[in-house]
Design a protein around this ligand. Structure first.
Ligand code: DGL
Length: 285
């Protein structure tokens, strides 16, 4: 199976693009709703929660896990890949969403290599909205600067957007107030961004509201389609993984919180029937 992990409902926006682009594979979606949101938690806590989730997915038989969560990708991916995976699960892979998103934000083709891509290829006034943890990690700026040193990236933390989505408040005056509040610093200026990345997988679920406050000259990038496209490219370049993936179109849904609630909310958000089970993640060292 392909494991897709998020702290909550946001990763469904990536999963639904994967199901469209690569429907043949088996998928296990895991949401750690009981401990969401991750966004404002410390580095150590996000790292530990992410490790427990990925370990769980590997134990269920996932060969590759996509962290469909920017906060986990920014805070935990590299250390898990370098310090944990080689001895704990040497034949499995963990992929994140930051690098492919930065390629798209910079207007570069998939698989672009820093140093081989001229900095002049990166164009536009670029901005990202993300959780407090992702912005604090500076991961998007650091990745972008590998391609274009010195290029400015405007970053805006939107701490209340994930709680809005987790509570099903994706429309109405309350949600609208907080969407406008966090976009205003980026757009109430004379030179607004030309490209805006939604750097949290929950945010596309607020897209109708976000569009209301973003001028038509700004391109909005959601991560689902671009991550699915780049994963499709990765899987064709790694037959040793594609050969191990089931192709029975199995869909498994797991949550650490109440499964009836999750099934109802998730099904409504991505418009597919969802029957989830509740799981408990084991503490690991
Ligand atoms: N979907 C997660 C992300 O992409 C949200 C993190 C959170 O739980 O705050 O960052």
């Amino acid at each position: 199976m392909i494991g897709v992990f998020d702290s909550g409902f946001g990763g469904l926006t990536v999963l639904s693009s994967l199901l469209e682009r690569l429907p043949q594979y088996d998928y296990l979606y895991l949401a750690d709703n009981a401990r969401a949101p991750y966004g404002a938690r410390s580095f150590d806590v996000i790292h530990q929660f992410t490790k427990e989730a990925v370990d769980h997915l590997f134990r269920q038989g996932c060969q590759v896990v996509i962290l469909a969560c920017n906060t986990a990708s920014a805070r935990a991916l590299r250390t898990l890949q370098i310090q944990w995976l080689p001895h704990a699960w040497p034949d499995r892979r963990i992929l994140g969403v930051v690098r492919p998103s930065v390629e798209a934000l910079a207007g570069l083709p998939p698989g672009s290599i820093p140093g081989e891509t001229p900095a002049s290829a990166v164009s536009g006034r670029l901005a990202v909205v993300a959780t407090t943890g992702t912005v604090a990690s500076d991961s998007f700026r650091l990745e972008l600067q590998k391609f274009a040193p010195g290029l400015d990236l405007r970053q805006q933390a939107c701490p209340l957007w994930v709680p809005l989505v987790e509570n099903g408040e994706i429309e109405g005056t309350g949600a609208e107030f907080y969407v406008r509040k966090y976009l205003a610093p980026l757009f109430d200026t004379e030179s607004p961004p030309t490209r805006l990345l939604l750097g949290c997988t929950h945010y596309p679920l607020l897209l109708p509201l976000i569009r209301k406050f973003v001028p038509p000259g700004t391109e909005i990038l959601s991560q689902g389609p671009l991550v699915a496209e780049r994963f499709a490219d990765w899987i064709t370049r790694h037959p040793e993984f594609s050969d191990r993936l089931g192709t029975g179109q199995m869909r498994i849904w797991q949550t650490t919180d109440d499964s009836t609630w999750f099934s109802r909310q998730a099904g409504a958000l991505i418009n597919v029937p969802v029957t989830a089970t509740q799981v408990r993640l084991c503490q690991i060292d």
